[in-house]
Design a protein around this ligand. Structure first.
Ligand SMILES: [Zn+2]
Length: 445
């Protein structure tokens, strides 16, 4: 916990907003932290082995929270390793940013994934010599997620309540949920806790649950639960090297044992084509809901801004507000476009604290453009726009802990507390306490 008087006071006031969360997943993470304590592949394998003990041979072993960038091996286990650790059970191991899965042979089999299975449009079944290695990137992970046993309603509701309670303890009273499912509304409705008396939720739903979430929000009509809009993905993540960049990833990525089809120098790729994005934008404009697009790389950010510009280039003309989620890298030329088109940059500064090493290793040239908070605020001032209208701050919990002290540390110092000044990630983009507070408080002042 922080020793900043500023934050202690603010957290007691219960006035903070977290603009990007995955509440049910965060609640589950608090119940079972999984692999977050592991510091090597061997520790991960050992955790899988222990989690398998006592389970039936057909029972799933599911563990998430792997931070492979702090493991010396820098990779998730492959199927053969998980087969041994889980002694033949279906095992699924997930990276902390939820975009990469590693599966045992039994898990691949349960999902029907073989050498003959083709990659889904927005995902990759990683292969070597044509055979799946067990690693699934982006939407390929959904093939396995679709067959794993889900939490029952009671577990799910408890996870939601646990998550709300933890946010409240941090002084966070407004949450923007980024993967809203209909069952989230059911859980909130059946909860006997009084969280909705003091907290507010804004829900963004993926395409497949958009209509139902929207309908349930309308029917329920609870003043503390508002339907926000559609959530889309335009690229992946830095850790999975699936974020779409304007320049190539560094040369020192995965030189050894590269999977089929992956060149050591690549830029990631867009997971959605411009026509599809245009169609969704037109629909949002017609129907009057907002759109939150995941775009992490500077290439993805630019493509999404381009499509919004073609769609009208302002909330008035396009008929909806666009938010770009993460925007971890923003090219200098694109900063003012956020302000001019009133596109919300929804950033998670505390990812700096976990991504520093990854960035230095696989995308060193990006450091100068990583979370350019200073640039965004200054550009807003220059155009007489309130920075609060174009810049949202969040955590993406459970990807990282949503402790506001971490956001504070990252936004003001651009480095972890334990790091030396020379390790800071572009100090020139630091912002002040007052600026951060104004962005994080629900009322701004
Ligand atoms: Zn997220």
């Amino acid at each position: 916990m922080t020793d900043s008087l500023f934050l202690k006071n603010v957290m007691h006031e219960s006035v903070l907003r977290d603009a990007h969360v995955h509440l049910p997943e965060y609640g589950r993470y608090l119940r079972a932290p999984g692999l977050s304590h592991c510091y090597s592949l061997a520790e991960c394998i050992q955790t899988v082995r222990e989690a398998s003990d006592g389970k039936r041979i057909d029972e799933w072993v599911i563990l998430s929270g792997a931070h492979v960038e702090r493991w010396p091996e820098k990779r998730l286990p492959e199927a053969v390793e998980l087969d041994a650790a889980g002694r033949g059970r279906p095992v699924m191991v997930c990276s902390f940013e939820l975009h990469t899965l590693a599966c045992s042979t039994a898990a691949l089999r349960a999902a029907g994934i073989t050498a003959d299975t083709s990659d889904p449009p927005a995902g990759t079944i990683v292969r070597r010599d044509g055979e799946p290695t067990g690693l699934l990137l982006e939407s390929a992970g959904q093939l396995v997620r679709d067959v794993i046993p889900t939490r029952n309603d009671e577990e799910y509701r408890c996870d939601v309540e646990r998550g709300l309670k933890a946010f409240y303890s941090y002084g966070v009273v407004e949450l923007h949920e980024m993967t809203a499912q209909p069952r989230l509304l059911d859980a909130l409705r059946s909860s006997s806790d009084d969280f909705l008396d003091k907290m507010k939720l804004v829900l963004y739903a993926p395409l497949d649950s958009l209509e139902e979430v929207r309908k349930k929000c309308r029917e329920w009509g609870h003043p503390s639960v508002r339907f926000g809009g559609l959530k889309l993905f335009s690229d992946g993540t830095l850790n999975a090297r699936t974020a779409y960049m304007l320049s190539h990833y560094g040369i020192n990525i995965g030189e050894d044992n590269l999977p089929d089809g992956q060149s050591p120098r690549h830029r990631g790729r867009m997971l959605i084509d411009k026509d599809t994005m245009r169609r969704h934008f037109a629909c949002a404009g017609r129907e009057g809901f907002d759109v939150a697009v995941h775009a992490l790389g500077d290439g993805a950010v630019r493509s999404v801004l381009d499509v919004y510009e073609e769609s009208g280039g302002s909330p008035d003309k396009a008929g909806f507000v666009l938010r770009i989620e993460h925007a971890q890298f923003i090219s200098e030329q694109d900063v003012s476009r956020f302000i001019d088109m009133r596109v919300i940059a929804s950033l998670q500064p505390s990812h700096l604290l976990v991504d520093t090493q990854t960035m230095r290793r696989i995308y060193p040239q990006g450091i100068v453009r990583c979370f350019p908070l200073r640039d965004l605020i200054d550009a807003a001032y220059r155009s007489s726009v309130n920075p609060r209208d174009v810049l949202y701050i969040g955590s993406d919990a459970p990807v990282v802990d949503p402790d506001p002290a971490d956001i504070y540390q990252a936004a003001l110092y651009r480095k972890g507390k334990e790091m030396g000044d020379e390790e800071a990630v572009n100090r020139a983009q630091a912002i002040t306490e007052d600026e951060l507070l104004s962005l994080m408080k629900i009322n701004g002042s």
